[in-house]
Design a protein around this ligand. Structure first.
Ligand SMILES: C[S@@+](CC[C@H](N)C(=O)[O-])C[C@H]1O[C@@H](n2cnc3c(N)ncnc32)[C@H](O)[C@@H]1O
Length: 305
């Protein structure tokens, strides 16, 4: 997604060292390896074990030119040398493969277990949240992570429904929400925001993004570029804010509650994309899922001593 735009913005060159924190189906990773050929190097990770196994096979031809690990992009700085990369990519959200695999429980389009874990080694699933949180915690989750206006109604309906037994599948949850808010010709499914909110909570996506952004900045060398692709406004707002906080445009305020906002600090990023870059019409025609994708790019500054 946004492949040409990412390559254009990252300004890769032969021999460049790059990192992809979200390997997924390795479309971007392959393009980065090819743009840095013949001797560039890619550090890649994904927290999804199945994605990493598939990535290792697909990248087998590049042995010696890449290192692939299973894990979160929040931990990139633990194993990628500091200030070593000319480019880092974080392509957030779920992969098409995750969405299209019913067993993973990400989509209301297929019936499957209410799972939604990107990393199946973690214990909290969407079913645990749906069946164990009380009504006010569920409503808060739908409101904060899904901007869902009917969050209280949906939460109350879920709590009522589970009195007759746990809600176990994506199909059951989608049908329950649809019964409370009939579709009536709307283009998006009424459960879209509830599913988004659950996925963000199960995978702790916003905290991951904060940590991942810092890790990406730590492994970038001065002049290197960070590209982040988001799929919903909550994520995009956070990326914009994280970039701004590290840029010269951030105005510190001695009365701010957060310590890092209340004292001046040396900016270490330049905002490259004033406006987020969006997919062109050809990509939108080929892939309707691309319609909410937004790309933001930042450049690591050379720190003055
Ligand atoms: C949109 S897909 C990436 C697609 C990929 N760029 C490609 O070209 O095929 C997002 C991927 O990021 C992974 N992911 C999401 N959050 C992550 C995190 N915190 N750390 C590592 N991987 C993550 C998901 O498991 C998924 O495979």
């Amino acid at each position: 997604m946004l492949l040409a735009e990412v390559l254009d913005q990252l300004q890769l060159r032969p021999g460049g060292i790059v990192a992809d924190g979200t390997l997924g189906g390795v479309g971007h990773a392959l393009a980065m390896l090819s743009a840095t050929s013949p001797n560039g190097f890619l550090y890649g990770c994904d927290r999804d074990g199945a994605a990493v196994e598939a990535a290792q096979l697909r990248l087998a031809a590049f042995v010696g030119r890449c290192e692939v690990r299973r894990g979160s992009f929040a931990a990139l700085a633990d194993w990628v040398p500091a200030a070593s990369c000319e480019a880092v990519l974080l392509d957030l959200g779920v992969s098409s493969h995750q969405l299209d695999t019913p067993d993973r429980g990400f989509s209301f389009r297929h019936d499957g277990p209410l799972d939604m874990r990107m990393d199946d080694r973690q214990s909290v699933t969407a079913a645990a949240l749906v069946n164990e949180l009380d009504a006010s915690a569920l409503a808060k989750l739908f409101w904060e992570f899904g901007d869902e206006e009917q969050s209280r109604k949906f939460a109350a309906g879920i709590v009522r429904a589970r009195q007759s037994g746990p809600i176990r599948t994506t199909g059951e949850l989608a049908a329950l929400i649809e019964a409370m808010s009939p579709r009536r010709g709307r283009r998006t499914h009424p459960a879209t925001k509830v599913f988004q909110a659950l996925r963000i909570a199960v995978n702790d996506e916003l905290a991951e993004l904060r940590r991942g952004f810092d890790a990406a900045c730590a492994i970038l060398k001065p002049g290197g570029r960070l590209a982040v692709i988001t799929f919903h406004s909550l994520e995009d707002r956070l990326v914009r804010r994280l970039g701004r906080e590290r840029s010269a445009e951030f105005e510190w305020d001695a009365s701010a509650m957060r310590p890092d906002w209340s004292r001046p600090r040396q900016p270490d990023l330049r905002i490259v994309t004033r406006k987020a870059v969006q997919p062109g019409q050809a990509e939108l025609d080929a892939n309707p899922r691309a319609r909410s994708a937004q790309l933001r790019v930042f450049e690591k500054l050379t720190l003055k001593s």
